[in-house]
Write a protein that binds this ligand. Structure first.
Ligand code: FES
Ligand SMILES: [Fe+2]
Length: 353
């Protein structure tokens, strides 16, 4: 007879997918100055620095000599990374160009594995599969339109990529976890249409009431129809889009970077157009957004801690979990390299929110 396990036995499944053959945001352009910057992407420790002409580079954060983190070093000369321990120097492509004190001419090539880097729109993207020439390009955000304000904010969550993205796109928790801050007034019946295709899944909501409270007055002073979409795009993009009446349009695109299995960094790019100046709108909305995110971060940490405590997940989903199961399916397919084989799936669900 087996002894009874306390806590009860859980099958050891956790919704963690490791997609290395995709582009992720490693940092904002402004964060990468004259010093090297340490970042982990999909569990790969990287050091980022600017080489000749300011071009961003990323190397594995481990000196090949004695395995000290290269991020402890400094950028010297025209943009060479110098290790803090014995001063070996490395170019942006990882090639070692100098070993201080060595008199013999070295014939052997020594190098650090490197990651492809692209910088655009104020974000530095990396491809964590090392020493690879990617066939794809980083996600390009189509222009939101003319006269849009743009605000970029970075937050971190102690949750897996899947849990963090599900949370960012999950409507039913908002009236509960964020009661009083966001939704939570009189409930209305809403129609959700879920569509999944090869690399994304989207929910469109019809019948949503306009937001209440001060946020609602700023966002939709004139009332009108509310249109709302939540989207996930592989490998790690969560996008929320609202149109309120004719004048107001919000699009928040969160580029999520799994640093490790249970740590996710998010770069949220908010683009919006309202009747009021962008700066005023962000001054009013940002404290709300940060409080809401703080509640989400707390619950994500508690969720991840509990999953680890029980040694795995045991999820019970209903139709209201519109996106989580689809996101997981897309992540698993991408991890297995099996994308694009399935037909488009569409279904509608009525619910109260
Ligand atoms: S450990 Fe880097 S130079 Fe020795
Ligand atoms: Fe939330």
């Amino acid at each position: 007879m087996h002894p009874k396990l306390i806590p009860p036995e859980t099958k050891g499944h956790v919704s963690v997918a490791r997609l290395a053959r995709f582009w992720y945001v490693a940092c904002q352009s402004g964060e990468l100055g004259s010093k090297p910057l340490a970042r982990s992407v999909v569990g790969v420790p990287l050091v980022l620095f600017r080489g000749p002409g300011g071009a961003a580079s990323a190397l594995l954060d481990r000196c090949p000599h004695r395995n000290v983190p290269l991020s402890l070093g400094s950028v010297v000369g025209q943009g060479t990374l110098e290790c803090a321990y014995h001063g070996w120097q490395f170019r942006g492509d990882g090639r070692c160009t100098r070993i201080p004190g060595l008199l013999e001419t070295e014939t052997r090539e020594r190098r650090v594995p490197s990651a492809a880097v692209q910088e655009r729109d104020g974000l530095v993207w990396v491809y964590p599969e090392l020493d690879t020439m990617p066939e794809s390009s980083p996600f390009e955000l189509p222009p939101a339109g003319t006269n849009y304000a743009r605000v970029v904010r970075e937050v971190q969550a102690d949750g897996s990529l899947h849990a963090t993205i599900e949370n960012a796109l999950d409507v039913p928790h908002t009236a509960f976890l964020h009661r009083g801050l966001f939704r939570g007034g009189k409930q209305s019946e809403i129609l959700a249409t879920v569509r999944r295709s090869a690399d994304r899944v989207e929910v469109q909501y019809d019948g949503e009431p306009r937001p209440s409270g001060i946020a609602g007055r700023v966002l939709s002073p004139g009332g009108g129809i509310v249109e709302h979409w939540d989207r996930f795009m592989l490998p790690s993009i969560a996008q929320v889009e609202y149109r309120l009446g004719k004048d107001v349009h919000f699009r928040v695109t969160s580029f999520c970077t799994p640093e490790s299995d249970f740590r996710t960094r998010m770069y949220a790019v908010a683009e919006f157009h309202t009747r009021f100046p962008g700066r005023m709108v962000s001054r009013i909305l940002e404290p709300f957004a940060l409080r809401i995110f703080g509640q989400d971060a707390d619950i994500l940490r508690a969720q991840a801690d509990n999953i680890r405590r029980f040694g795995g997940e045991q999820y019970a989903s209903t139709e209201l979990d519109f996106l989580g199961p689809h996101i997981w399916r897309l992540l698993k397919q991408a991890e297995a390299g099996e994308l694009g084989g399935e037909p488009v799936v569409e279904r509608t669900v009525r619910f109260l929110a």
